[in-house]
Design a binder for this molecule. Structure first.
Ligand SMILES: NC(=O)C1=CN([C@@H]2O[C@H](COP(=O)(O)OP(=O)(O)OC[C@H]3O[C@@H](n4cnc5c(N)ncnc54)[C@H](O)[C@@H]3O)[C@@H](O)[C@H]2O)[C@@H](O)CC1
Ligand SMILES: Nc1ncnc2c1ncn2[C@@H]1O[C@H](COP(=O)(O)OP(=O)(O)O)[C@@H](O)[C@H]1O
Ligand SMILES: [K+]
Length: 490
């Protein structure tokens, strides 16, 4: 299996069953990976508090506790409930034989540990917590000590990224067998800390097919030949810029140049800007109902578009063309209220990308933003399938989803990007990648990845995420593109 692959929960459970039927002990492997992780971070003699739950997540933790004890660590065991699975019961018996006695509650006078291992609950979490779990998790969080969560922080749904009524806040998560999207999305983005994968060993024929993968840049722009000219790198048309929202179209246009487009046209609904003095290379044309649109290899419609009749007209017109097309912002809001446009989009011949943030996705799905965030993958898949488009569901852990449901989960970027105008920048960048000929899923995925890298570069350079504006992101885009730019001559 590819290292970046994501297995569905059902596939993971199937793999677990098939491995057990072949006599493979995945729990022992998970425990070894855990003990090795601790060995890479703390020296023997360090104090480790191992919190174990009743299921197999607890089994992983208890087997790891035994290994750590044998390797010379000082292990304290917290076992709030009796082990419920045979593997967990057996692990507990071996620990007791080795002289380790568990406690049911945290000892108030115990010396503070150097690390907590959270093996309370994994993928088997089924409901909100009651006592004693509620108190235990609050108490563990209150210790404010580094936590290594096994598989997932207890209380976090590692597929949806939603938290139960309380959840462990981990500094690190060691997840087993396959990546899990909820460790990067919604509440998971703050609860999982640094995530590492322990893939574990099993025969390759047991490996189910993946439902998605982490978004790593697979498709890159081709290296540019010395004998190049602007006509080789595609032209982008941005349509938007209603009164009071011209800036959105300008940001998209500037980002399209930063993303390597050879030519960028802006067709704006507000006719009061003849030129962008900060980016005079943008060719700006006010839109009249009778206008002929400039020829383009990719079109982005939506940044600052508004929802007036002219906006509706141009959206309908573009859906009827076969050009690669990106819909953002008010183009999505117009679409949400118009089933005729939605049907036309579903029948569209050309490649289409939709880039909703959760509120725009909610309007399209006629549900609440909270509903979208409660199951981001299901929401993005529903839209991609219904509108036969590649969908980028933005926000922490952006998802890039194909109509057949396969997805890439983005891990770059962060709160530096949580500021007005970043969506416009992303639209222009993805349009530039489309105009340069990347296939639609790759263009969307690479654009999201690079946009996130620009945010990460800022956070690193400024030692924090505060203060990055959308316009200041544009030059960072070209820097990260040039840094990652490899491949064959185009
Ligand atoms: N999937 C796999 O192939 C592997 C799984 N392993 C581990 O096994 C874990 C899954 O084990 P399980 O399926 O036993 O599940 P868990 O250990 O996550 O939890 C299941 C137990 O918790 C109880 N429970 C669920 N929600 C509760 C709540 N809110 N309050 C109180 N009790 C609750 C259930 O009744 C059950 O006893 C994984 O996360 C991973 O850590 C590893 O051993 C490696 C292999
Ligand atoms: N916390 C975050 N982590 C990662 N990416 C983020 C975060 N917040 C915002 N972003 C990204 O920034 C962009 C914001 O887009 P959007 O909400 O459409 O902004 P606007 O409408 O103001 O242009 C999206 O690409 C989104 O994924
Ligand atoms: K856990």
């Amino acid at each position: 299996m590819r290292a970046d692959a994501i297995l569905s929960l059902a596939a993971l459970r199937q793999l677990e069953q098939d491995a057990a039927a072949q006599g493979l002990d995945l729990m022992a492997q998970a425990a070894r990976a855990t003990a090795d992780w601790v060995g890479g971070h703390l020296s023997p003699g360090a104090r480790v508090l191992v919190a174990a739950g009743p299921g197999n997540n607890g089994g992983d933790a208890l087997q790891a506790a035994l290994l750590l004890h044998r390797r010379g660590y000082h292990v304290d065991l917290l076992l709030p409930a009796a082990p419920a699975t045979p593997a967990t019961q057996a692990a507990m018996q071996t620990l007791q034989t080795a002289g380790l006695q568990p406690r049911a509650t945290l000892a108030e006078d115990a010396p503070p540990p150097d690390l907590i291992i959270d093996g309370l609950f994994g993928i088997g979490l089924a409901r909100d917590f009651a006592a004693p779990w509620l108190d235990t998790i609050h108490q563990l969080n209150a210790l404010a000590i580094p936590v290594l969560a096994l598989d997932t922080p207890s209380g976090l749904d590692p597929y949806r990224g939603t938290a139960a009524n309380v959840a462990i806040r981990a500094s690190h998560t060691l997840t087993f067998l396959s990546h899990k999207p909820g460790l990067y999305m919604a509440a998971g983005a703050d609860l999982a800390g640094q995530v590492e994968l322990a893939p574990l060993d099993y025969p390759s024929e047991l490996c189910p097919s993946a439902e998605g993968e982490l978004n790593r840049p697979l498709a890159l722009l081709p290296v540019r030949a010395n004998d190049s000219h602007k006509g080789r790198f595609g032209s982008v048309l941005v349509i938007g810029g209603e009164r009071g929202m011209l800036g959105a179209a300008l940001l998209a246009g500037r980002a399209a140049y930063a993303g390597g487009a050879g030519k960028v046209h802006l067709a704006t609904l507000d006719d009061r800007l003849a030129v962008d003095p900060a980016a005079p290379e943008l060719m700006i044309q006010p839109l009249e109902p009778s206008s002929t649109l400039p020829a383009a290899d990719a079109v982005a419609i939506g940044p600052g578009l508004g929802q007036g009749s002219a906006a509706r007209h141009w959206l309908g017109h573009l859906i009827g063309t076969a050009q690669p097309l990106l819909l953002d912002a008010d183009a999505l809001n117009l679409l949400a209220g118009n089933s005729t446009l939605q049907q036309a989009l579903g029948r569209r011949q050309g490649a289409t990308v939709l880039t909703p943030h959760p509120a725009e996705a909610a309007r399209l799905l006629a549900c609440s933003t909270a509903d979208v965030q409660a199951d981001r993958l299901a929401a993005a898949r529903a839209l991609a399938q219904r509108l036969d488009s590649v969908v980028v569901l933005k926000g922490a852990g952006s998802l890039i989803v194909r109509p057949d449901g396969y997805y890439r989960l983005n891990t770059s970027g962060g709160p530096a990007l949580a500021v007005a105008g970043q969506g416009d920048v992303l639209s222009g960048l993805v349009a530039a990648l489309l105009a340069q000929g990347l296939p639609v899923f790759d263009a969307a995925a690479l654009g999201v990845h690079l946009h996130g890298l620009a945010g990460d570069a800022y956070t690193r350079a400024e030692q924090g995420p505060i203060g990055l504006t959308a316009s200041a992101t544009v030059p960072l885009l070209s820097r990260v593109i040039n840094l990652t730019h490899t491949g064959a001559h185009g």
